[in-house]
Design a protein around this ligand. Structure first.
Ligand code: MG
Length: 255
């Protein structure tokens, strides 16, 4: 069952989304060469708690940290630790916050140590664009699979692939609600999109094969060919007027 949110609930989710976005932006700025992913995790935990929220990921099915920090060929669910960032790394950061009973979930990939070039630049631009295409299809009266179809078309037209084993999701009082939001497939299928639905849309775009596997730590998902991957995610409310990004960064705001 897809849980529709009231106007008031979406207002609360807007606050959770804003906090998550601000934390993610701070992590992006802090992700410099020499910094460890564990240090980024501690920064995130401090900012989340200062914001009056709890980290959604910590303890989720036993996940040991507040953020996911996935480097290069790691797609998602990397565990922060002692590894130091190096110039040229592609670091995917994923943040979830639980504020006043609701979750906000957002992710991005950052090029460590300066503007990316070549493959990394193309992959980043494609990941960002794929997310934007998916969000643009989060329209009332549309169908759920229109989102994934738009994501896949955009990424594959640029010579990249989209991960199929992991998907976006409904979000609200639970971090993962129905429906699953795949990043591929034909359009015009699945539930009709309605105002009040809130979805975490999160394409994972790979440089090579779409196939992934999980490492022995039980969490870290990597590309099977070990080529790099990027991940971009927003929490999006479907409104009468179209999609509203709840995790957008507001440069004029406090985050
Ligand atoms: Mg998510």
């Amino acid at each position: 069952m897809i849980i529709l949110k009231t106007r008031e609930e979406i207002e609360t989710m807007r606050a959770a989304g804003r906090l998550a976005a601000g934390v993610l932006r701070a992590l992006e700025r802090a992700a410099r060469p020499g910094v460890t992913t564990g240090e980024l995790d501690r920064l995130a935990e401090r900012l989340i708690r200062e914001g009056g929220a709890l980290p959604s990921f910590k303890g989720y099915r036993g996940f040991p940290a507040c953020i996911c920090a996935s480097l290069n060929e790691e797609v998602v669910h990397g565990i922060p630790g002692l590894r130091r960032l190096r110039e040229g790394d592609l670091l995917s950061l994923d943040v979830g916050v639980f504020l006043k009973g609701y979750h906000g979930d957002t992710a991005l990939t950052v090029a460590v140590g300066g503007p990316p070039a070549g493959l990394a630049a193309a992959l980043l631009e494609t990941g960002r664009g794929a997310l934007a295409c998916g969000i643009a299809r989060a329209l009332p009266g549309g169908r759920l699979s229109d989102i994934g179809h738009a994501v896949q078309r955009f990424a594959e037209a640029r010579g990249f692939s989209v991960v199929r084993d992991y998907a976006g999701h409904g979000i609200g009082q639970a971090m993962h609600e129905e429906p699953q939001v795949p990043n591929y497939g034909p359009p015009g299928q699945g539930p009709i999109l309605k105002p009040g639905m809130v979805l975490a849309i999160e394409p994972m775009v790979n440089a090579g094969t779409f196939e992934v596997e999980c490492l022995e730590d039980g969490w870290t998902v990597v590309t099977r060919d070990r080529k790099p991957s990027v991940h971009f995610e927003h929490t999006v409310a479907i409104t009468e007027d179209g999609p509203e990004i709840l995790t957008a960064w507001d440069p004029e705001g406090t985050n």
